[in-house]
Design a protein around this ligand. Structure first.
Ligand code: NAD
Length: 511
């Protein structure tokens, strides 16, 4: 999903969204800027500076200076900053949600969900004194005790996608900073205002200047992060090709990297499923946020012809009722997509599906919202008789398009997500506990829902897909996040008793 950054006219009356370095706004000296749109209006509303390598190096230097004192601040005090930050975000929830909706395009209620899911990770990070407790073995050998401790890595970075501009930055900086690291956040250049506001609120909550810095940009600054020797770990979320690039380049430069990628999640509908509930769940999870969620369910797999026919009959009137609208309209169920380029891309996949021979039952192309004709709106689309060999099935569309792939039995249905290039999430809808249990155990996908359409794990568990949905071996947040942002040190100690032990040339054992 990499797109070239459009650079607009540098009109003086366009607001510039600054970087946030050492607790201060900085516009930097880059001569490149990115457009930030209001997707509902279809117009540029601000511009964001695209940082240079030198600007990134400056931010890293600031972060490095701040990190030592922050790491030496006891974990309870670090946790108190997180508690205050959570309260501040809650106080500012309405403003943050409107700001998010006006840059991303998701509706305000959904923007609140984005912020709330991030706050749940902050709540988890509030427990950092407990999370960082090491292990201790008394008497591992004669007079010998062994203990381990988790220490921060130093300066770490997070590179985030446009689709969750609050939740994903909080997944990363919440855990990393609580663990005693300093953080460089490189948010999506599509909707950078909320990440910036979150950093300001962290400062207001008592975080020392320089511990959290926001540097905007595109490939140039991402490369600078990946090449900088003082950035010890990089957490990335975005599309798969870029995730793979970040993973490989970061690892080549000796960094710890976790890189989450794209998705194409399947919902399997068994003949015994509660069809009324399934229809509600599918419509919400395929079209919510205009399908721009990595845990959306854009593929429905009814098992058996009878299930497929019943599903489609029930789905069509529900989809036809959907009302995409302005992101600030409380009656809209979903808003515009993020850019005109993304709208064109989604519509090209609908065209591709038609050419590949899938049956387009509802066509969302050409949708215009009255009074907002330039907005990046895409109506809901429904395809039937999609086949696994079709490119429009194999690739991620990331828009309000639901594809139905019919399967004759559970075995055939389960093969689809298991063999797909992506393995982020999957759901099965059934009343048969044994079938669901076996499916969950065997399916080759990282996150499974059983009668749960968007199986995003809670903050104290961990989030991460398999195959091309994630590169690296550790998940986001939960204990995996704590492990990712810390290194373990193990100490074996013995205190002199006055007795001299024999010299030995044999590897010591506890035998
Ligand atoms: P994207 O890959 O275009 O951008 C992600 C980040 O990478 C941004 O910060 C961007 O500035 C940077 N970037 C863009 N082009 C780059 C390049 N050539 N080199 C280096 N960096 C570059 O993704 P997006 O469009 O912002 O987000 C949507 C994608 O993210 C979808 O594929 C979605 O499935 C995925 N996503 C995955 C998860 C997950 O946890 N698996 C969660 C949310 C979103």
């Amino acid at each position: 999903m990499a797109r070239h950054q459009e650079v607009t006219s540098m009109s003086a009356d366009i607001r510039t969204i600054p970087h946030f370095i050492k607790g201060r706004h900085e516009t930097g000296n880059s001569d490149r800027f990115g457009d930030v749109f209001d997707p509902s209006a279809g117009e540029v509303q601000a511009r964001v500076p695209l940082a240079t390598k030198a600007e990134l190096a400056h931010a890293v230097e600031i972060a490095k200076e701040a990190q030592a004192d922050w790491a030496a601040t006891n974990p309870q005090r670090r946790a108190r900053v997180m508690f205050r930050f959570k309260a501040l975000v809650e106080e500012n929830m309405d403003d943050l949600a409107r700001l998010l909706a006006s840059e991303h395009g998701k509706v305000v209620a959904d923007a609140k969900g984005d912020i709330q899911r991030g706050l749940e990770v902050i709540e988890f990070a509030c427990g950092v004194p407990h999370l960082l407790k090491g292990e201790y073995t008394e008497g591992a050998g004669p007079g010998i005790d062994v203990y381990s401790m988790r220490q921060p890595l130093g300066v770490v970075a997070g590179i985030t996608p446009f689709n969750f501009p609050a939740m994903i930055p909080m997944w990363m900086f919440g855990v990393a900073i609580a663990c005693g690291n300093a953080f460089i956040l490189k948010p999506s250049e599509r909707d950078p205002s909320v990440p910036l506001r979150l950093a300001e609120l962290m400062r207001e909550a008592g975080l020392p200047d320089g511990v959290l810095n926001v540097v905007h940009g595109d490939k140039e600054v991402v490369d600078a992060i990946l090449e900088h020797p003082d950035v010890k770990a990089v957490s990335f979320v975005g599309s798969s090709d870029i995730a793979q690039y970040v993973y490989v380049k970061g690892a080549e430069n000796g960094k710890r990297v976790q890189a989450m990628g794209g998705a194409k999640n399947h919902g399997i509908i068994m003949p015994d499923a509660d069809m009324d509930q399934v229809v509600k769940d599918l419509v919400g999870s395929a079209f919510g946020s205009a399908g721009e969620r990595c845990m959306a369910l854009p593929v429905a797999v009814p098992v058996g012809e009878d299930t497929a026919n019943k599903l489609i009959e029930a789905l069509i009137p529900e989809i036809e009722k959907l009302t995409p609208g302005h992101s600030l309209d409380p009656d809209a169920v979903y808003g515009p997509v993020v850019t005109a380029a993304h709208k064109a891309r989604i519509e090209s996949y609908i065209e591709m599906g038609v050419k590949e021979g899938a049956e387009l039952l509802i066509d969302g192309r050409g949708f215009e919202l009255q009074g907002h004709e330039k907005g990046f709106f895409v109506g809901p689309s429904l395809f039937d008789r999609v086949r696994p060999d079709m490119r429009s099935y194999r690739e991620e569309i990331f828009g309000p398009v639901l594809q139905i792939v019919r399967a004759k039995d559970l075995e055939e249905a389960a093969r689809l997500p298991s063999e797909h290039q992506y393995g982020n999430g999957v759901a099965i809808f059934t009343r048969n506990g044994l079938a669901a249990r076996e499916f969950a155990a065997k399916v080759n996908v990282g996150m499974v829902g059983i009668n749960v359409p968007i199986p995003v794990p809670v903050a104290y568990h961990t989030f991460g897909g398999w195959k091309r949905s994630a590169f690296g071996d550790s998940n986001q947040h939960g204990m995996e996040g704590v492990r990712f942002f810390t290194k373990i040190k193990t100490v074996t100690q013995r205190w002199p008793t006055g007795e001299i032990t024999d010299q030995s040339f044999i590897i010591p054992t506890m035998g």
